[in-house]
Design a protein around this ligand. Structure first.
Ligand code: C2E
Ligand code: CA
Ligand code: CA
Length: 762
């Protein structure tokens, strides 16, 4: 007899779907074949069961099919090969493929069993046709055909069990009833036990529920049924009462004579048993009956084994899946899942010739909330903001959190791209409503950038980058608004983004360095200090001015780590000069952010102490340059820190003096040593009477307060001479030296130092 081929055992309810489709709750017996691009001839991505869908409610088909191997079998393979493959792969279904690897259908274990039986039936029919049909034979065929249809029912219920991958009582009940009919038995039962032999599931047929209620219990594991479980063997007994292993029946149990009992086991693990008793025609059970029940038991055991394993794996997997695809704070999709979704949306929109929009949402001034109220309050605000955004979206829109205070939204199937503006407007209005967190009422806003596919870009990265650029543009337009991407936004915003991206890696890549600019005593013309000025020598973009990247470092908070790095390097250099006998104080510029508390704690004091300790620099050799605006913020806490540092011996100067608004009385309260007059007053000092008057006033005032004065930006000899006449103590500027690297600064100090005090270089 030629072996039966898998292509003739195809599973009937297979539905072809596209990977980007959203599943609706399917009937349990459905199997989905997932395709990319086209359901007729696209790439086959895998099979998805109803169970998969139920266990991942928010996943589209692509998510469900993506992370697992695809099990296939060639069209020309025999069903026995298929069964063997199912056993080795632990699968109940395989995809059938043709010689071109194209998907043509699905074969399942149950289909095979069923088809084998049907084939037997038709063969029996043939044989009997050939022989002169005897009445008995005919009856047998009829019986077989009935048994087959019952088996079909049983198989279907079993399939239900398998599709669920968990054993449900209703399905078991249908199964045992089908078996009972099939074997013409009076009674039947399926029992499952746990590791301690306790009954976990029990379904029976042939006894009414009332009757069953009255039946007592024999201890599990005893008697004939105990043998089935203990020894993992099936029993075919004509008369129970004559079997020496029998322990009789429990109280109120109807008497039974013949027994067919089969263990439900898998790899020596016994999960339970099936038994049937007393054929209606009084005959004993035969080996055909046994084969049938065994195959049923085999399928059940597989379902059970699967369900146990699946339970474990699912729990772990679900957690991993969750972590890999969702943001734990807000529960929203994360960047990975978002990127997948954008790609899927692009593929679909491309096919359907539709447009869609990406919104890039950034909360304005969120960092201030975080810094002032602490991270946990910041987190509460983020969650609330996420839900406000979500409330303004449709069901098919995707919202994701990319990190920090950045959210993204996909608005698929846009008929009019202007609709993206309407949605953005709603989101902005929702965010601007005050947030009530604990006792605080917090006001923030959102800036939204919009990029539309395919107009603004037709692939993932440029689309996202353009939405990001539009968002920056919205920020530049005063925040709390939305902007559609436009080509001409590109240059400036692109640059900003590029700088930000590269700046994040600048320290690691060793691209930051310090230059030093000497400060000269006007009377003696000797070097009395060195101001540290940060430089960024980027491999990609060349030398970048601090005025271009420090604002970005401030905006992003990177200034905290950059600032500590600068302090450390400057102190290291000062320490080297100190050891070489060139002792000269170094001045380091501070940004407002560095003095702002992070999460409620001001770490600045600790950072300074740490740096001084690590470098061993005497505190009086370090001067900190602060701007007037720093002084105006967090006055009390900053004043305390400045005083503590002052007491340790550190020096302080006010940078860019004259450009801010500090009052005199204010200055008196601060532990200040030096005022640095801003270079804008120096530039025209020798020609502009106003500037000259201001500088004169500042110098006189400083002298009265006992402060030093440094004039910045001295470029010419006439500027210098003018300042000399004003009794200004020190100057700094291109006239004496531009900022120079550490090596040149060392040489300059060595040349200036009196020979005898200079130590020998090692
Ligand atoms: P600043 O603190 O006012 O530094 C003085 C700036 O004036 C420096 O610019 C310096 O190169 C420039 N300069 C010096 N002499 C002259 C001159 O004669 N004429 C003119 N026109 N300019 C002169 P630079 O190095 O580009 O730094 C710009 C600003 O960046 C600094 O202004 C400071 O606010 C900031 N900065 C530099 N390094 C750091 C740092 O490590 N941390 C922080 N937070 N800010 C820094
Ligand atoms: Ca400065
Ligand atoms: Ca300055």
């Amino acid at each position: 007899m030629t072996p039966l081929l898998v292509e003739y055992c195809q599973y009937p309810t297979v539905i072809r779907v596209l990977e980007e489709e959203w599943p609706t709750p399917p009937p349990p017996e459905t199997i989905f074949a997932v395709f990319a691009d086209s359901i007729e001839n696209g790439r086959f991505c895998g099979l998805v069961s109803a169970y998969d869908i139920l266990s991942h409610p928010n996943w589209i088909f692509a998510d469900l099919a993506e992370h697992r191997p695809v099990f296939t079998i060639d069209q020309g393979s025999s069903v026995y090969e298929a069964l063997a493959k199912m056993d080795t792969c632990g699968q109940e279904a395989l995809a059938i493929i043709d010689e071109n690897k194209q998907f043509i259908g699905v074969v399942t274990r149950i289909c095979i069993l069923q088809t084998l039986l049907e084939r037997e039936q038709s063969q029996t029919k043939e044989t009997t046709n050939l022989r002169a049909l005897e009445q008995l034979e005919y009856k047998k065929i009829l019986e077989w055909s009935e048994r087959l249809s019952t088996l079909h029912e049983a198989s279907k219920s079993l399939l239900g069990v398998l599709a669920h991958n968990c054993v449900e009582k209703d399905l078991l009940q249908t199964g045992i009833e089908a078996l009972q009919k099939l074997l013409q038995a009076s009674y039947g039962a399926i029992a499952f036990i746990d590791n301690e032999n306790n009954l976990t599931h029990f379904v029976h047929t042939g006894i009414s529920p009332e009757q069953a209620e009255l039946i007592g219990r024999l201890p599990e594991g005893k008697g004939l049924l105990g043998v089935v479980i203990d020894k993992d063997v099936s029993l075919l007994i004509d008369d129970i009462s004559k079997d020496p292993r029998s322990v009789g029946f429990p109280p109120n149990h109807p008497p039974m004579k013949s027994l067919l009992a089969v263990p439900i086991s898998y790899l020596n693990n016994v999960f339970g048993r099936i038994y049937l008793s007393d054929k209606l025609n009084g005959e004993p059970f035969n080996s055909d009956d046994e084969t049938l029940v065994k195959s049923f038991a085999r399928s059940l055991s597989l379902a059970l084994e699967n369900s146990r394993e699946m339970d474990e794996i699912r729990k772990k997997q679900e957690h991993l899946d969750y972590l890999a695809h969702f943001d734990t704070l807000t529960g929203l999709p994360n960047r990975t899942l978002f990127t997948d979704r954008v790609k899927q949306t692009i593929a679909r929109s491309h096919r359907k010739k539709q447009q869609f929009a990406i919104l890039f949402i950034d909360l304005d001034n969120f960092k201030l909330v975080n810094d002032n109220l602490g991270h946990s309050q910041g987190d509460v605000l983020l969650k609330e903001a996420a839900s406000r955004i979500a409330c303004n979206l449709r069901e098919n829109d995707t919202i994701a959190r990319l990190g920090g205070d950045e959210f993204t939204v996909i608005l698929p199937d846009l008929t009019d791209s202007q609709d993206a503006g309407i949605v953005s407007e709603k989101i902005i209005r929702a965010i601007v409503e005050p947030f009530k967190i604990d006792s605080h009422e917090i006001h923030i806003s959102a800036s939204v950038g919009i990029a539309v596919y395919p107009k603004d870009a037709n692939s993932l990265e440029p689309l996202l980058a353009n939405a990001d650029i539009a968002m920056y543009h919205a920020k530049n337009m005063g925040k709390n608004n939305y902007q559609f991407f436009a080509r001409d936004m590109n240059a400036a915003a692109q640059m900003h983004l590029k700088l930000e991206r590269h700046l994040r890696k600048a320290i690691e890549k060793n691209e930051l360095l310090l230059h030093f600019q000497p400060q000269i005593d006007v009377a003696t013309q000797k070097i009395v200090g060195m101001e540290t000025l940060l430089r960024w020598q980027s491999k990609e973009m060349g030398l970048i001015e601090p005025n271009r990247f420090i604002p970005i470092a401030e905006e992003t908070g990177l200034i905290i780590s950059i600032g500590e790095w600068v302090l450390y390097k400057a102190c290291m250099q000062a320490k080297l000069w100190h050891e070489a006998g060139l002792g000269i104080p170094v001045a380091v510029n501070l940004s407002p952010r560095q003095l702002q508390p992070q999460g409620g704690i001001n770490q600045f004091f600790e950072i300074i102490c740490r740096v001084l300790e690590k470098t061993g620099l005497p505190p009086h050799m370090l001067e900190l340059e602060i701007t007037e605006s720093i002084m105006m913020q967090h006055v009390d806490s900053n004043l305390d820190i400045l005083n503590r540092l002052k007491n340790m011996g550190l020096q302080f100067s006010v940078d860019d003096f004259g450009t801010g608004y500090s009052s005199l009385s204010y200055l008196k309260r601060l532990p200040i040593d030096t005022l640095k007059i801003d270079k804008s007053f120096i530039r025209d000092i020798h020609i502009d009477a106003n500037d000259a008057a201001i500088v004169t006033a500042i110098t006189v005032m400083a002298q009265q307060l006992g402060l030093n004065v440094v004039a910045e930006g001295v470029e010419t000899s006439s500027q210098f001479e003018f300042l000399q006449n004003l009794y200004c103590q020190s100057v700094q500027g291109y006239f004496f030296s531009r900022p120079i690297d550490a090596e040149s600064a060392t040489i300059m100090l060595e040349q200036a130092a009196p020979r005898r005090s200079r130590k020998k270089k090692k």
